[in-house]
Design a binder for this molecule. Sequence first.
Ligand code: SAM
Length: 341
Amino acid sequence: MTPVSDRHGRPLRNLRISVTDRCNLRCQYCMPEEEYVWLPRAEILQFEEITALVDAFGDLGVDKVRLTGGEPLLRRDLYRLIHLLAARTGLRDLAITTNGVLLAEQAPALRAAGLHRVTVSLDTLRPDRFTALTRRTTHAQVLEGLRAVPAAGFADTKIDTVVIRGVNEDELADLIEFGRTVPAEVRFIEYMDVGGATRWSMDQVVGRAEMLKILERRYGAIEPVREVSSAPADRYRLPDGLVFGIIASTTAPFCASCDRSRLTADGIWYRCLYAVRGIDLRGPLRAGADRAALRDVIASGWQVRTDRGAEERLQLRHRSPLIQVARLREDPHLEMHTRGG
Ligand code: SAM
């Protein structure tokens, strides 16, 4: 293994792989439009192609892989990919981020294939709110999916909640209490102005400080958990010992320690969630590049990385959605659901 660092000394450790750009929800903060331009099917990477890329990334220091999308459980026979990846001994962490709709039926097969951990995105405990937010009526399936996670033998489960003013900031404590029963650690994510969030505005962002204030009203003094970690979430402890996280990616970005990058389902590699340009890895892969050649392409891409996308957004005086709808239609890679959130 030959670890690489970027121009700011950040290692390449963490790879998020989008296995499909399709989704079975239409969350207002991610996919608010009626119509989308989808990636051509022939360009979607086969499982063996993804595995070949993971091997090359692994040679350069990637030891954490997260499958995402789109909705990753929509990818047919996903357990086969997990089986291939789980055989890579260099992978310390193999996880998935899912909306949970299809989880109850798939959790046992995912576990048997060797998946380590599951994160479920859940923004509300109220079915009517879920329907308004996602434009789908599958809330009960998500809750059933979450219950199936520990039953299938998974531990260290997380619930990720995007907090939006006027939508769900009154449910923070309820979600923490729900997490206790799963059990799952809840992480609150600040609403981000990423591609696809075409209705984003700063006044809808509930920042970390405000979230803590809301929770202290309910629980009393909340202590930060002191730990050294490259994880994006700052963790906090309630007076009774329960731990939850806050990912303050909008008001306090973690660019300085960001060791993550993203691979789209068609093999374009993005070194920052906010980057408008990616590096095509499908081209060399399908042209016959071997592991060493792929490693060279990735290493040279990472060594010149200077991205600090979220920090640059923070410097702006007037902040509005990152990318307009017309531009998203021209290049769907700019969408969060293509890039893999
Ligand atoms: N479909 C899967 C899911 O729902 O978890 C994986 C893909 S989804 C794009 C990944 C995560 O990105 C979800 O937790 C979602 O809530 C989050 N997300 C999408 N748009 C966001 C935004 N504008 N701000 C913050 N988080 C966002």
